[in-house]
Design a protein around this ligand. Sequence first.
Ligand code: ADP
Ligand code: MG
Length: 403
Amino acid sequence: MDIHEYQAKSILANFGVAIPRGGLAYSPEQAAYRAREIGGSKWVVKAQVHTGGRGKVGGVKVCEDEEQVFEAANQMFGKRLVTEQTGPDGKFIYRVYVEGAVNIEREIYLAFVLDRKTERIMVVASASGGMEIEEISESHPESIVRSIVEPAAGILDFQAREIAFKLGIASAQIPETVETIKGCYNAFRELDATMVEINPLVVTGEGAIIALDAKMTFDDNALFRHPDISELRDKSQEDLRESQAADRGLSYVALDGQIGCIVNGAGLAMATMDIIEVAGGQPANFLDIGGGASPERVAKAFNLVMADKNVKAILVNIFAGINRCDWVAEGIVQALENNPVDVPVIVRLAGTKVEEGRKILASSGLPIIRAGTLAEAAERSVEAWKNSTKSNPQAQTLQELAS
Ligand code: ADP
Ligand code: MG
C-alpha cells in the first residue's frame, strides 16, 4: 500500500527525520491560510497524489505570496495529474500540501528497499539527488552507494556514517545525516514498509539536512499489525477495480484485453492468461479467487469481471484439489442465476468430483460453454469473443459498485 507524501513525512518526523513546516489543504482558501500559518515569504504547493515526478508536470509550484499559493492550489484541485509513473489516466488531486520553501544547496537521493537476493533491507543512496533513481542509474551509475543492513544488529552508527561520507556530506552535517538514515531505517523496520524513498534529501544553505520529498510503501500482508497505517489508505489513488477486489478478499489485477478470467490459484491464473494469448486473445484481468471458491466468491468474481466494459467473454478455470468441482459448479450456477451475465461464459473444471460438477453445469439449463482442457477453453473463449459484436451493457455498474 502506498501513502501520500505528507503522511510519509509525518511518520518519518516521528522517527527523527527533519522535514519543512507544512500543512494540508482541501481548498485553495485553506492552502492560502496554511501559507499564512507557516509564515515566511516563499512556499511550495504540492499536489498529493500517489506518484513521483510531480515537479516535471506542474504538481509542485513555488509561490511568493498568498495569492500565488491560492492560484497554484486552484489550478491543481479536481485535475488529474499525469506523470511518467501514472499511465495516461493520471491520478486525481483531492488535496494539496503547502510547505515552507527551503533554500537548497545540495540534493541527495536516499532510499531503503528490500533486496531479494540478500533477503535484507538495503540502503541505496546517491549524491546526484533530485532526479529519479532510473535516471541516476543511467547517467551517474558510479554515484550510487549501496549498503546492506544486518537485521540482527539493525543499522549501526558507523554504517550510517560511512554512507554519509560516501555522499560527500561535510563533517558538520554528519550527525544529522546519521539521525536521518537511522530514522528512516527504524520507520521501515518497525512499520513493515517495503520502500522508503527520500528524493531529494537536501543540505540547506543554512547547513541543515531536510527531507523535501518522502514516499513510503507498506507490506499489505502486514497491515493488520498497523491499524494506524491502514487508515492512511486513499482509495481515490488506486485502480477502482483493484481496490474493490481487495475489499472482497480477491486478488485482482486489471489488464486491457477482452477475455475476463476467473481462476483459483495464482499459478493457474498466470497459466490461463498465457494460454489465452497463445489462442490469439488477450486476458482482461488476472483474478485468483483463492482455494475455497464458494458460491459467494464466484458471484463476487463475476461482478468484478463484468464491471470491465472491455470484457467480451469470461473464462472460468477451476482446478479442484482441496476444493470440489460439484461445489464450484453449484457456485457458478447460483452466481449466474442470481446475476445473469450477457457475454459467453466458458467453464473448464478439473480435479475432484469433476464428473458431478459437469453434470450440474449441463443440467442447469444455463448457456454455459463447457470445455474439457485448458487449451480448448482458451480457444472457445477467443472464438466467443470474436463472434460477439455486442458491447457489454453491464459496464455501467463500475460506478455503482463504487458507491
Ligand atoms: P516529485 O519527486 O514528485 O517531483 P518533489 O517533492 O521531489 O516531487 O519536488 C520536486 C522538486 O521541487 C524537488 O526536487 C525540489 O527541488 C523542489 N521542492 C520540493 N519541495 C520543496 C520545498 N519545500 N522547498 C524548496 N524546493 C522544494
Ligand atoms: Mg521527489
